[in-house]
Design a protein around this ligand. Structure first.
Ligand code: ACO
Length: 372
């Protein structure tokens, strides 16, 4: 197919890159995936050295402050919006925080104030998600939630009442590994909104909206039916061959950025094994069958496991229902958004790319259909 601007006769300017793929728009000191080396570092620290050793609160502080130690504030309120979908409740409820908490636009506040508002907005996202996930069950007493020392424990307590230590470890590992990933769609959205000088909750609401699309990796749920089938049939090779013969995609494999293995998949696989996740064996057998078959069919083009595959296994192990997985991704990525919103505020330059105009030429209103 021809690019639209050629079909319409408009010249493509030099440097035109559809979808901004590979275009460098910012300097960042936060993180950027090393696509060939297959590693991901947060402010220089490899996630391999963080997952399982450092909790989500410290990773939030590492990304935002470039230092460990600052705890996230305790927030206990539910979202003012209840729709039945956890992610929607968070996305719709969070902008109201600007009014209720009196958050002014980024343009009118100091960096220190912005940092505090980012911490509070993050905690509000986690509280809204946990309280929405609890649904109609009786509320967990606030004193019990408050007594927990970390954001992950407060989240799980507000949602479940009494989480197991394994659930805490699983969610810590997932939130830490999914906390930040460079210039992905939601983070870019957060930076675009921040670049206008908008308030912090508006930046988050925009980012959460862009995360609602299945293409942004918010759907590890699609991996689970494959694992269930392997458990039922004991035939991972047959399953993989069938999917590829039908020219369908194998969910949880391939990546736009990484040519080597997605480091988050590697890390979460290790944690799943350490935790003794009951679906580990079936998942590992499926992964092995998929990689063998993909390498046989496409020896010239490496397609490796991506984060979604093992995120599905670890979230399932922690008892997260498939419908809630996008909300879990939202909670994790608040850390990256916070760091980028602050970096963008300091940059102080509005994001405003251009497009090639290939619509109608100059004309009068009378020439437009429907003119009366
Ligand atoms: N299963 C089967 N074939 C695949 C897969 C896969 N998982 N991934 C890539 N291919 C094929 C492509 O169809 C393409 O085939 P073609 O040359 O015949 O057209 C070829 O391999 C090359 O594709 P890439 O350039 O490597 O992949 P691309 O950058 O276009 O897409 C994507 C990346 C969207 C992630 C793709 O691999 C995919 O759809 N994977 C399955 C869905 C998935 O797991 N998504 C989560 C991604 S991780 C995240 O978003 C956080």
């Amino acid at each position: 197919t021809q690019p639209a601007q050629q079909a319409a006769g408009a010249a493509a300017p030099r440097g035109f890159v559809p979808g901004l793929e590979g275009v460098v728009a910012f300097h960042t000191a936060i993180a950027e995936p090393d696509k060939d080396g297959g590693s991901l570092r947060y402010r220089g620290v490899d996630i391999e050295d963080l997952v399982g050793r450092v909790g989500f609160d410290d990773v939030w502080a590492l990304l935002v402050d470039d230092a460990f130690g600052a705890a996230l504030p305790v927030e206990l309120e539910p979202s003012p919006v209840r729709s039945g979908d956890v992610r929607v409740d968070v996305q719709a409820g969070i902008p109201l925080l600007a009014a209720t908490a009196g958050f002014r636009p980024l343009l009118d506040i100091t960096d220190d104030q912005a940092r505090e508002q980012l911490a509070r907005t993050t905690s509000a996202v986690l509280s809204y998600a946990a309280r929405s996930a609890r649904g109609d069950l009786p509320e967990v007493p606030a004193s019990l939630v408050e007594s927990r020392p970390s954001s992950v424990e407060r989240f799980l307590t507000a949602w479940l009442g009494e989480p197991s230590p394994e659930q805490v470890r699983a969610i810590e590992a997932y939130w830490v590994s999914a906390a930040e990933h460079g210039m992905n769609a939601s983070t870019f959205t957060a930076r675009v909104v921040a670049s206008t000088g908008a308030d912090v909750p508006a930046c988050f609401a925009g980012a959460i909206g862009s995360m609602s699309g299945p293409l942004h990796g918010g759907a590890p749920a699609r991996v689970l039916p494959m694992i269930t089938q392997v458990e039922a049939t004991g035939d991972p090779v047959g399953l993989v061959k069938g999917i590829l013969d039908r020219r369908e995609k194998l969910m949880g494999f391939g990546h736009r950025v990484y040519r080597a293995e997605d480091p988050r998949a590697r890390t979460l696989r290790r944690v799943c094994a350490e935790l003794g996740a009951p679906r580990y064996e079936a998942a590992a057998a499926l992964e092995q069958a998929a990689l063998t078959e993909l390498r046989t069919r496409r020896p010239d083009h490496p397609i490796e496991t991506n984060v979604e595959f093992w995120a599905a296994v670890i979230l399932d192990f922690a008892g997260v229902p498939a419908a809630m997985m996008p909300a879990m991704f939202t909670c994790a990525r608040t850390a990256g958004w916070s760091a980028h919103v602050l970096e963008q505020k300091r940059l102080g330059r509005i994001v405003r790319p251009s497009a090639v105009y290939d619509g109608p030429g100059p004309r009068r209103p009378e020439d437009v259909d429907g003119y009366a």
